[in-house]
Write a protein that binds this ligand. Structure first.
Ligand code: SF4
Length: 294
């Protein structure tokens, strides 16, 4: 560990727990990018709250240091939002997969965007339920054989960014697990943004997602923010560029609206408060209550 009061280092976030992901899984790179972004933003582990969902992403919850919470399937967002509301001094990063977010937890995504809670949310989109061995999810492409549908999925696939953009988010970005530098930059921008930052990460899952491999994405992704005339405040343009998930797959901050008021500023009742809720409850002894549920 680096010293108390020193700038954080990557080593501060390193855990001794042995990684259990498959070889070449995109989760290794996502974890590396998360650590790099936190360090680059000067966030120490004691100021970071990392919330994980059930899924292969969730198996990363003990592979990194910081405060961590491993929630129920599809429910990472309520825990992350609650933490961000309770302690505004923490940097909150939630992680969940496409299965959890676009099915069980889809309502939470809708309302987190509407309320503009201040946190960064990483959607690990590997287009399947990987932890349970390759069942189709809402983002699996049509007609791709999966373990739950050997003759191919018949439902239309969902495009996460198109869905998110339809809800007028304050920050929407897309990245790719094959590019640690780009993911780091997107997560840093998400942390800096005052509001709900959604980052879809197109993630390779070499074990179960054969349709959109690392190489498949690598041949198709491009950085929209490198286009000279790309305007991140143009919602219609973002919607249009986000649609293509076949030929030219856009990465980058696709849309940002700084004028959307974060949740913390929406509550008139708390306008005069500078304290965090977690500090305000300190005078109350809740030990008895906790002990009741031990
Ligand atoms: Fe990664 Fe897929 Fe293996 Fe899960 S099943 S650890 S997502 S490669």
């Amino acid at each position: 560990m680096s010293c108390e009061g020193c700038e954080p280092q990557i080593v501060d976030y390193n855990s001794d727990t042995i990684f259990s992901w498959c070889t070449n899984c995109g989760n290794y790179a996502i974890t590396a990018a998360t650590k790099r972004a936190l360090v680059a933003e000067g966030v120490t582990p004691k100021d970071a709250m990392l919330v994980y969902d059930i899924g292969c992403n969730g198996n990363g919850s003990d592979k990194i240091k910081g405060y961590r919470f491993h929630g129920l399937h599809g429910r990472a967002l309520p825990f992350a939002c609650g933490t961000a509301l309770g302690n505004k001094n923490l940097t909150v990063i939630g992680s969940a997969g496409d299965g959890a977010v676009m099915s069980e937890g889809i309502g939470h995504l809708v309302h987190a965007i509407r309320n503009n809670y201040n946190l960064t949310f990483l959607i690990h989109n590997n287009a399947n339920y990987a932890l349970t061995k390759g069942q189709a999810s809402a983002t699996t492409k049509e007609h791709i054989p999966m373990n739950s549908s050997p003759d191919g999925v018949t439902a239309d696939p969902m495009n996460i960014m198109s869905f998110v953009l339809a809800l007028k988010p304050s920050f929407a970005a897309r990245s790719f697990s094959g590019d640690v530098k780009h993911m780091t930059s997107m997560i840093r921008s998400g942390i800096q943004h005052n509001g709900f930052s959604v980052i879809e990460i197109l993630q390779s899952c070499p074990s179960y997602n054969k349709a959109t491999s690392h190489e498949w994405y690598q041949e198709r992704v491009f950085n929209a923010n490198e286009q000279e005339d790309y305007d991140i405040s143009n919602l219609e343009n973002a919607r249009s560029i986000a649609e293509d998930l076949e030929e030219h797959v856009a990465l980058g901050i696709l849309y940002k609206d700084e004028s959307k008021i974060p949740f913390s500023k929406r509550l008139k009742q708390r306008e005069s408060y500078n304290t965090a809720l977690v500090d305000e409850v300190k005078p109350f002894d809740v030990t008895k209550l906790f002990n009741k549920y031990r």
